[in-house]
Structure formats: structure tokens, C-alpha cells
Ligand binder design. Structure first.
Ligand code: GCW
Length: 682
């Protein structure tokens, strides 16, 4: 059944006869000696792929003497000593530890293809890329590919609770069956590792940042070691969240004060125990002094002192700390946007060598559109990891088709001007590799026990796009989308083209029908789906985010207001601060404006706002029409799944549009222009 379980690793038969023939010629024989679990996994994947794509089994050979025309060779200088005598050998120097080469070559006048790497994991990555070439119907003649990841730590941060639920997860329950671990290893774990390795993910935090201390208890560590065993051949290390109060909660101490010698010793002992069970354990991810979580500030210590406590314990084993910078005060007079920067910027340079500070992509909280977080470009002496959300907490859960590659690219390609023009967020992240020897990108995944992993089939594209960008943060979202569609649906133009159009318009459509012109955080207070700009309670209200009155709407974050614009380097600061140059997509994020303010179109702010909401709904209808052209061109099962969800999305888009406009209209006192169907009062 076409239920989506196989993700982009479907390996569907090549239909075009001449293409098929040309591919088969390249695989007359296979020469892949395996001496490790990783190479075994690579070979197994290769065979699975070739069987599916070419419906053909290659002859296996065991030595260089048997090489024949049309042999595919894969390995490292260790697994394949003969590599040293080939023309690809010297090119291996250009790769990082995890990189690979794919090259057409000749050995003793016989045409062969070589997948080579310095390490076994590089070979596995090369195999996935090689299969991708065939999945996307590219020529295998004259290959000369050399590729290495541009970021070192390519992380998924699961928000999985130990009871099997997933915080902000919309695709079923947690994949981890803790009750049966470590003795029963669900085969699905292996498929999960394959999917992640195919896009370069090399680290998985197993549990929620809203942490439970018991995940660090011996019995749970033993369970986690079972997952580490499954993931290891695929180059994936496991990490755990560390609850700062663990020494108190499970360690029998009366404090978790980082200055207390017993606390320091407890963490050292705990880490030692972990490495005894999981020799390649990755490290800790920590949410501290944020939304009620315990942290070093409980003891008058700084975030740096807290992070370094864990960093020092992990250091002897090569472990890493990811310390989140998602902090804000629950006080209404403090602009939430400025807090992360204000707390962390002064600590630049105080974090240990194996510590990342991890802000979210923007300064509020995974909104449909945010300007990049101003810490990027402002902490040159501290390696920063960036956290994206792949799960669509504020982007329609698993009900809306929203391709996030576009959002990721928008943030990564934003220019911070930290070292002049061209210092994009992506370059900032990559630069830490040079200055600190480490670099990272993290994503909160959207996977669960749903048959298709992500709830909405198109959620798979967001997982795929995140992985590709963690490997190379300068890739273009449209190129990634094209790869994904070809592997997931078809390479045929009549399928590819409409799906690409849907994907590329989908994120802006979502912004239009939910939070256009820089509006943010007006979603339902609890579920974070659907509109609730009217939310108003004494502690924390949607009014703090839009500040609507009869005169105006938006938040003044210029130098006259909260000064958030000052957190950006010039000329970004000037661009945002000046109403004349502030992009309209961030207008109400940075500026507070009267309802009759004239937009670039010449329309009033009110009429422009109405236009965006109506346009968003129309765009969803256009997505439906594009999707309908696929009827009969793809399998019915996936066709109907997406068609049904697009209908649902249209209804929710109308809910958003009408909910927001009817609410804001009470303040603007202006009509919905008559050209539009009028919102339904219900
Ligand atoms: O936006 C909020 C989410 C919380 C989440 C928090 C965070 C894990 O609604 O569910 O908690 O962000 O990122 O820490």
C-alpha cells in the first residue's frame, strides 16, 4: 500500500527502458567488502536500492582481480586497500571525516564507478547519495562528486516524554517503546536510522527538553543504550536532556547548586556511568530557567556556570552540551523579543569549549514568520547551534500543507552583517567550525508512530529539507523540494511541476491566512492551532503581541519603543528601525501603526491586512486546484490523503481569516471591502 511508510527511500522501478539499461550497465558486478556494521548497512542499502530501482541482482565479486567492466566499488582505504592505486585516492584528502566521493573511473582499462570515503560512515552517506542519483534519474556517466557536510552536529531534538506522548507532536506517539527496550528493538528504529542517515542526521536527543530527571537513572540509561546500539552503524549518536535538578531528584542530594562540590561530583559520576553503558554517548541538551524549568539561576549562578558544570563532566569523553537560549520573563512589562539576547550576549566567551548555546531561529517562539534571532552574529566567541522546529506547532500541526524549506532558507540566508555584507546566519553557523572546531543545526522533529511517520505526508518534506540543510545550510529550498518530490512521487513533469508550485507557495499562504504583515503569537493559547487574538488573561495575553486599539496595531520595537531593533547590526538595525525601509513582512513586528497608515500598495493598513487574509484562503484553493490535476497520475491512496487534508486546510484558513478579521474589525471600525465574500459570524 502507498501509505508513505517508506518515505523518500521508495526505490521504485525505473520505467524508462533506455535509462534502466544504462543503469544496469553500471552494476554488472558489485565489489563492497564489509568489515564493519556501518559498511554492512551501506551494502544492504545498496542492494535494497538496486533491487528496487533496477529489478536486477549484480554479481558479487571479492577481489580486485575479478574486477570487470561495469563494477560498482564502495569502501575506504582500509576496507579496500586497492583504492590506494586508483586516481580517486588522492582526492580523499579533500573530504572531512564524514565526506564521500562518487567517481567514474577506469581500473586496468575497465570502466568502474567508485564510492569512496575516509571512514565507513562516509561510505554510507555516499551510498545514499548514489541511490539518490538514480531515484532522481540523473546520468551515471562521468561522475565526479565530492561532498562533505558543512556542519558537524546535525541534530534532531525529540520532545518525547517517557510516558510515550510527544510534546507538540502531531503524528501519533513516541517511536521509542521504553517498556520493551533494550531487549526488543523494534525494526522501525532501523528504518528511522536509515531515513536520518540518508539526509545526514548524526545526533538524536531522545527525550523532551521539559525533562524528567529519571531519564538519567540507571534503568533508563540501559534502555537508551538499546537505541544507541541500533543507531550506531548509521553514524547517529544519542543524546539525552539533563534536568538541572537531577542531583536532587534522583541523586539524593539536597541541592543542585553548581558551586557545590558534591553536585559537581554527582554529574561526573553520572557521566562516567553513562559512558560505561553507551561508549559513544553524544551529550546533553538542556532547557534551564525557562518556562519553569530549574537552572543555575536558582542558585544565583549564570547560564554559563550551569552549562560549564555539565561541560566539564562530559569533556573527558568528548561529550557536548547544547544549552538552550530560549528564555523569557513572565512579566508583561518586559518585551519578550529582547530577553534572550539580553541574557546571553553578556555571557559571550564564558562557555566551555564543548558547549553550544542554542537559540531558536527567531527571538519569539517558532512563529510562522520571525526575523532571525539577533544572537546570530552577536556571540562570536561562543559556538551557537540553531534550533528550528520541523513539527508544525504554530503552522497548522499535521493538518496543513506547509513546506518549511522556504522558512529555513529565509532564516539561514538572512544577512546579519556581523562582519560586513554576506555574513549570513548560515555563514555564522559554519564559521564556528573554523573558530571553535564545531558547528551545529538542530531541529525538533515531526515524527511519531503514525504509519507515514509525520501525520501529513508533506510533513516528510520538512524532515527531509531540515536534514539536507543541516548537511549544507546553503542549499536552496526549491532544489531540495525537487529532490524530495522526485523520490517521493515521480520525476515526471506533470507530477513534479504542480507539486513544486504547491510547496513553494505554501508557507506564504499560511502566513497570509494566519499572521500577515509581521503579526505573531495570536494563535490558540493552549493548542497553538487556530486563531485566538482575543486571548486575554492577567498573566500573558495575545494583546501583548498585537497591542490592538481603536487607533493602532503592532508593537513598537524601534528605538522609541522596546529597542529590539538595536540588537541587530547596522544596516539591519537601520532597515528594521526605519518605517520606510522595514520590509512589510515584518511591519507590525517592529512598528506600531494607525489603521490608515499607507502601505506600499497605496492601500490603508486595514485594507492591506484584509487583502492578506483573503489572499491566503485563495492560495489554499489554488493549492487544491493544482493538487486535483494529479488525480490518476499518482496513486489514489496518497492522492486522497492530501486532497482531504487540503480541504480541511481550506476550512481552517477560513476560520483563521474570519476569526482574526472579525476580531480586529471591532477595533479598526472599518468595513471589509465589498469585493470580498463577507466573513461568516457564527
Ligand atoms: O513554544 C514553546 C512550546 C513548548 C516548548 C517550548 C520550548 C518544549 O509551546 O511546548 O516546550 O516552546 O521550546 O521550550
Amino acid at each position: 500500500a502507498e501509505n508513505g511508510y517508506e518515505l523518500w527511500l521508495r526505490y521504485q522501478p525505473i520505467e524508462d527502458a533506455s535509462l534502466l539499461d544504462s543503469y544496469r550497465q553500471k552494476h554488472i558486478a558489485l565489489f563492497v567488502p564489509v568489515s564493519s556494521d556501518t559498511l554492512k548497512a551501506a551494502k544492504k542499502e545498496l542492494q535494497l536500492g538496486l533491487r528496487g530501482l533496477l529489478n536486477y541482482s549484480s554479481q558479487e565479486i571479492a577481489s580486485w582481480n575479478e574486477l570487470k567492466e561495469g563494477t560498482l566499488i564502495a569502501g575506504t582505504p582500509r576496507s579496500l586497500p586497492g583504492l590506494k592505486d586508483t586516481d580517486v585516492y588522492r582526492k580523499l584528502d579533500r573530504l572531512t571525516e564524514e565526506g564521500y566521493l562518487i567517481a567514474s573511473s577506469h581500473i586496468e582499462k575497465k570502466a568502474v564507478t567508485i564510492i569512496a570515503a575516509r571512514t565507513d560512515i562516509g561510505v554510507l552517506y555516499g551510498v545514499f547519495r548514489y541511490l539518490q542519483l538514480m531515484q532522481t534519474h540523473q546520468s551515471l556517466a562521468h561522475l565526479d562528486i565530492a561532498d562533505s557536510p558543512k556542519l558537524k552536529y546535525r541534530m534532531l531534538n525529540h520532545w518525547d516524554n517517557l510516558n510515550g506522548t510527544v510534546e507538540r507532536g502531531y503524528a501519533g506517539y513516541s517511536l521509542w517503546n521504553w517498556e520493551r527496550l533494550p531487549r526488543y528493538k523494534d525494526p522501525r528504529y532501523t528504518d528511522y536510522a536509515r531515513a536520518n542517515a540518508s539526509i545526514g542526521i548524526n545526533g538524536i536527543v531522545l527525550n523532551n527538553v521539559n525533562a524528567e530527571a529519571k531519564s538519567l537513572r540507571t534503568d533508563w540509561l540501559v534502555k537508551a543504550s538499546g537505541l544507541a546500539d541500533v543507531f550506531r552503524p548509521y553514524g547517529i549518536k544519542i543524546y539525552l536532556t539533563a534536568k538541572f535538578s537531577a542531583p536532587k531528584e534522583i541523586g539524593g542530594l539536597d541541592t543542585a547548586n553548581p558551586k557545590d562540590e558534591r553536585v559537581r561530583q554527582w554529574w561526573k559520576d553520572k557521566v562516567k556511568e553513562i559512558y560505561g553503558l553507551i561508549p559513544d554517548f553524544g551529550g546533553f541538551l538542556v532547557k534551564a530557567n525557562s518556562e519553569g524549568q530549574p537552572g543555575p539561576q536558582d542558585y544565583g549562578c549564570s547560564h554559563a556556570e550551569g552549562a560549564n558544570l555539565l561541560g566539564e563532566a562530559l569533556e573527558p569523553y568528548g561529550g557536548i552540551v547544547f544549552w538552550r537560549a530560549f528564555v523569557y520573563q513572565n512579566e508583561r512589562h518586559v518585551d519578550r523579543v529582547v530577553t534572550g539576547y539580553n541574557e546571553f550576549k553578556p555571557l559571550d566567551g564564558q562557555f566551555g569549549k564543548n558547549v553550544f548555546v542554542q537559540p531558536k531561529n527567531g527571538p519569539i517562539d517558532f512563529q510562522p514568520r520571525e526575523p532571525f534571532h539577533p544572537l546570530f552574529g552577536s556571540m562570536p566567541d561562543t559556538p551557537l547551534a540553531m534550533e528550528f522546529q520541523i513539527t508544525q506547532e504554530n503552522l497548522g500541526h499535521a493538518g496543513h500543507l506547509v513546506y518549511l524549506g522556504t522558512l529555513f532558507e529565509e532564516t539561514l540566508q538572512s544577512d546579519t552583517y556581523a562582519n560586513g555584507k554576506g555574513t549570513t546566519v548560515s555563514k555564522v553557523l559554519q564559521n564556528y567550525q573554523h573558530t571553535h572546531g564545531m558547528s551545529a543545526l538542530a531541529g525538533v522533529p515531526n515524527v511519531g508512530t503514525d504509519l507515514n511517520w509525520t501525520g501529513h505526508l508533506f510533513g516528510q518534506a520538512n524532515w527531509y529539507a531540515f536534514g539536507r540543510l543541516s548537511w549544507n545550510p546553503d542549499m536552496h529550498a526549491t532544489d531540495i523540494a525537487a529532490e524530495w518530490v522526485k523520490m517521493t512521487f515521480s520525476t515526471k513533469q506533470e507530477v513534479l511541476e504542480p507539486i513544486l508550485r504547491i510547496m513553494s507557495m505554501s508557507r506564504e499562504a499560511y502566513v497570509n491566512y494566519t499572521m500577515p504583515l509581521g503579526l505573531n503569537h495570536i494563535m490558540n493559547y493552549d493548542t497553538h492551532n487556530g486563531p485566538e487574538p482575543w486571548h486575554n488573561d492577567p498573566v500573558w495575553t495575545a494583546f501583548d503581541y498585537h497591542k490592538v486599539t481603536k487607533d493602532s496595531i503592532g508593537v513598537d520595537r524601534t528605538m522609541q519603543g522596546s529597542g529590539a531593533t538595536r540588537q541587530y547590526h547596522s544596516p539591519v538595525f537601520d532597515k528594521f528601525d526605519d518605517l520606510n525601509t522595514c520590509p512589510e513582512s515584518y511591519l507590525l513586528w517592529f512598528h506600531r501603526l494607525p489603521w490608515d497608515y499607507k502601505l506600499k500598495s497605496g492601500k490603508t493598513l486595514w485594507n492591506g491586512l484584509v487583502d492578506h487574509y483573503y489572499k491566503g484562503v485563495e492560495e489554499v484553493r489554488q493549492m487544491q486546484r493544482l493538487w486535483d490535476t494529479l488525480k490518476g497520475k499518482i496513486d489514489n491512496e496518497r492522492f486522497r490523503h492530501v486532497a482531504t487534508l487540503l480541504k480541511y486546510q481550506e476550512q481552517e484558513a477560513i476560520w483563521w481569516r474570519d476569526g482574526c478579521l472579525l476580531f480586529f474589525q471591532q477595533y479598526s471600525g472599518r468595513p471589509i471591502p465589498s469585493q470580498y465574500e463577507q466573513p461568516a459570524h457564527s
